[in-house]
Design a protein around this ligand. Structure first.
Ligand SMILES: [Zn+2]
Length: 475
């Protein structure tokens, strides 16, 4: 390791000299003004704030483990310091190697795998150099991510439902898994409010509260994509959902609009167009296709031809989208009880985080953080709880009507132990009134009277109301 590191170092030095020779006029005009740090469960991100663009190189040295960052055409504008507790970093030093080349050396507790890139200025920040230090998988005990968010008050614990006492789960009935995704994080603060409220903090607080509530519902388990203030790429978020075996993916955001008057919550599902093009993309990407084999209804796509694979994926995407719109509408109508709605219907857009072909996915915009009134509500723990409650209620209602096979909730429904509200049934080809009555365990007479049917004749596509069942009546 040491030998290759040294060779690499010599090469880097040579490149540095070459760079000096051709840019002799541009003498370290760029200043490195500060460094910021975020710890994620498996990596540490350093972001250097610069006054201009730079060339850079990064390499590691061992015994002791160090990371060396050479920033060409730069000098230190201010002393660099970070709080590196809970990270592999023990110390950070810097020195000017030449009048134009700054070297930053990071002392490490253990070896890391670095990745680095530069970012162009945006509305919030200037030029940046990002260095990600990935923990090596060999390190058995991961360093825990920080769990407190400084700007959000801790949420007081309130009791959660269910109001009815549910029977114990028989062996082998799994929980429904809801993966909750707090938008943005780390270097990406999302939208911000006039009093400095940041979307990334508000949505993490709501996501945590939602997780607590969902975990309090028997037969459900909630997981978070991010548990602290760090960035996860959009694809990374859907990958986490798949790895955790999500039955539903809920991404939490707060809106911003040029008009400070804009207000209200909204719920999004993927647009049909986004769904269609995404099916094509997944098919084109054989890696993703193999990734799906365990996820798309346990259908092996490997040994089937491409066209059949396409049809299966398309069906999966269509089914997911139908479920997404259904759960989205339930969440939306519950949210409408605690906060004004921006739109009365589930909207559809091509959001990247909604593009899992096999997992129903919704994105909840909890309100406009750009609106002063909504921003202060969004930052209040009581309102965060109310929003989380409305989302968890919508999620529960959806799964009580559409429980995935093999889950405790499916067992409850099938054994008639669950109270259920009225449902809608769309008549498929070949279905008779008697078949539908058996399927929903209601009498044909009840179906006829609830739907004002003069005869048993049904049309394909016709909508029938299935009456609700009462828990008390079943016990
Ligand atoms: Zn957002």
């Amino acid at each position: 390791m040491m030998g290759s590191g040294m060779r690499f170092r010599a090469m880097v030095a040579a490149v540095g000299l070459l760079f000096l020779a051709v840019t002799v006029d541009a003498v370290a005009e760029t200043k490195v003004n500060s460094v910021r740090l975020w710890r994620a469960p498996d990596n540490t991100r350093l972001v250097f704030d610069l006054t201009g663009p730079v060339q850079h190189s990064v390499f590691t040295l061992s015994a002791p483990d160090r990371l060396v960052i050479d920033i060409n055409g730069a000098s230190l504008g201010a002393p660099l310091s970070v709080n590196s507790s809970n990270t592999p970093i023990t110390a950070m030093r810097s020195a000017q190697r030449t009048p134009t080349d700054l070297r930053v050396v990071i002392d490490l507790k253990k070896a890391v795998t670095p990745k680095s890139f530069t970012l162009a200025p945006n509305a919030q920040y200037g030029n940046r150099l990002v260095v990600d230090l990935f923990d090596n998988p060999a390190d058995a005990a991961p360093i825990p991510a920080p769990t407190n968010v400084a700007t959000v008050a801790p949420v007081p614990v309130t009791p959660v439902d269910p109001p009815v006492k549910l029977p114990p789960a028989p062996a082998g009935k799994r929980d429904i898994v809801v993966v909750i995704d707090a938008g943005h994080g780390g270097e990406d603060p999302g939208a911000s409010g006039s009093r400095g409220q940041r979307e990334k903090d508000v949505v993490l607080a709501i996501a945590r509260e939602l997780q607590r509530q969902v975990n309090g519902m028997k037969g459900f388990r909630a997981e978070l994509t991010r548990t602290g203030d760090y960035f996860i790429p959009l694809r990374g978020r859907t990958e986490i959902a798949r790895k955790k075996g999500a039955d539903l993916f809920v991404s939490i955001h707060a809106d911003a609009a040029p008009s400070a008057a804009a207000f209200g919550a909204s719920v999004f599902a993927l647009s049909d167009r986004g769904a269609t093009s995404e099916t094509a993309r997944w098919l084109a990407d054989s890696e993703n296709r193999s990734d799906l084999i365990g996820g798309a209804g346990n259908v092996s796509l490997d040994d089937k031809d491409r066209m059949l694979a396409g049809v299966l994926l398309d069906l999966s995407m269509t089914a997911s989208l139908t479920s997404s719109l259904n759960v989205g509408q339930k969440v939306l109508s519950n949210i409408g009880r605690v906060t004004p709605l921006h739109k009365q219907r589930v909207e559809q857009a091509g959001f990247m985080v909604l593009k899992s072909p096999d997992i129903p996915s919704i994105l909840v915009e909890t309100g406009f953080i750009s609106n002063a009134n909504e921003a202060s509500k969004l930052a209040a723990s009581s309102h965060q709880q109310a929003l989380a409650r409305s989302i968890s209620s919508g999620v529960r209602q959806f799964f009580q009507q559409n429980p995935p096979p093999g889950t405790y909730i499916a067992w409850l429904r099938d054994s008639g132990k669950i109270a259920q509200g009225p449902r809608d049934h769309r008549v498929s080809p070949g279905e008779t009134l008697a078949m539908i009555a058996v399927r929903y365990q209601v009498s044909p007479a009840t179906l006829r009277s609830v739907n004002n049917l003069a005869s048993d004749e049904l049309k394909v596509g016709q909508h029938l109301t299935i009456p609700g069942t009462e828990l008390a009546a079943k016990e």
